[in-house]
Design a protein around this ligand. Structure first.
Ligand SMILES: [Zn+2]
Length: 317
């Protein structure tokens, strides 16, 4: 390819990658929403479209900048979690340097090409703003059950995320290696994962939309008095999550090795209480039982993925 056709491919990719943007005062906060890091998790992309649609044309305009991005375009097009490797397990400084330095055609996986293209946009964000940068990585999951956020237990971040009225889970961001949110947390961004609900559940897109609107309010990009929908979203989220623990922490993660033949017992949902010794899943070694009491999180009911389930408990502060 000559230089002008390379430039054309880059521009086309950037246009496809940007779900939408709303720009106000450049001194305000920048909220970046990554959606579709896993290509079978499409509700996040729709939620970002909803938020951007609502915010276009509001008066006064938003304070700051909202940017919604598709992370894994190839996987989204094929409605698969990933093509060659899990894009949310490769955000290691060593891999990122290699991805930056290697020409696209020499990169070994579709996800590394996606990462290289996504970085072209993410790398520019800090140069464009004087305000804080907040990164929300939006996902959905295969089991039924309640939404939650994956976040560090940093007090400032907890205070901010408490305004979303979504249960917070601490510790997963440390135990899952190579996530984008873990990488950007180390770069000094406020970054968290928003797990909006079951992939195709009718409420998942709505709940994700509502949470993102409350995030924009919490960081100061928008104010309730100028955006009619916020009150409705806040009321909905408060009542939707009313009976759930506000702050929880990871106590156990079941990792699936290749060839394990892992099968979750049917019927488990996020935040369902489990008792020590309860039969949760099976693999080629036999029964897998809960090692402790707690709530089950993200029991795996799809073929792609390396985490069988998590057990969390209420956080004692
Ligand atoms: Zn995901």
């Amino acid at each position: 390819m000559n230089n002008s056709s390379v430039a054309k491919v880059k521009t086309e990719d950037i246009n496809k990658r940007i779900i939408g943007a709303v720009e106000g005062d450049p001194d305000g906060p920048t909220v970046v929403v990554l959606a579709g890091m896993h290509g079978n998790e499409r509700a996040g992309v729709e939620a970002v479209k909803n938020v951007i649609g609502t915010l276009h044309g509001i008066e006064p305009p938003i304070d700051g900048h909202l940017l919604g991005l598709r992370a894994n375009i190839s996987a989204l097009e094929q409605n698969m979690r990933y093509i060659d490797e899990d894009m949310n397990r490769i955000w290691f400084p060593s891999v990122i340097s290699e991805v930056r330095e290697t020409p696209e055609k020499e990169l070994g996986s579709s996800e590394r090409v996606e990462m290289k293209r996504l970085l072209r946009i993410l790398d520019n964000i800090e140069n464009r703003t004087n305000g804080p940068v907040i990164l929300a990585d939006v996902h959905t999951f295969s089991a039924d059950g309640w939404m939650f956020t994956i976040t560090s237990s940093d007090p400032k971040q907890r205070k901010l995320l408490s305004k979303l009225h979504v249960p917070m889970v601490f510790g997963i961001e440390e135990s899952l290696l190579g996530t984008a949110l873990g990488y950007y947390q180390k770069q000094g961004f406020v970054s968290f994962g928003l797990e909006g609900g079951q992939h195709r559940h009718q409420l998942t897109e709505y709940n994700t939309t509502a949470s993102l609107m409350l995030l924009l309010q919490a960081v100061g990009c928008i104010e309730q008095q100028y955006v009619d929908q916020i009150k409705k979203y806040e009321k909905h989220m408060r009542s939707h999550t009313k009976y759930l623990p506000v702050e929880t922490e990871l106590v156990y993660q079941h990792i699936i090795e290749s060839g394990d033949e892992f099968r979750m017992q049917p019927g488990y949902k996020n935040f369902q209480p489990v008792k020590k010794g309860e039969w949760l899943a099976s693999d080629k070694e036999g029964k897998i039982v809960a090692r402790c009491d707690g709530y089950i999180l993200m029991p795996l009911y799809q073929s792609q993925g390396n985490d069988g389930f998590f057990i969390i408990k209420e956080h004692e502060s």
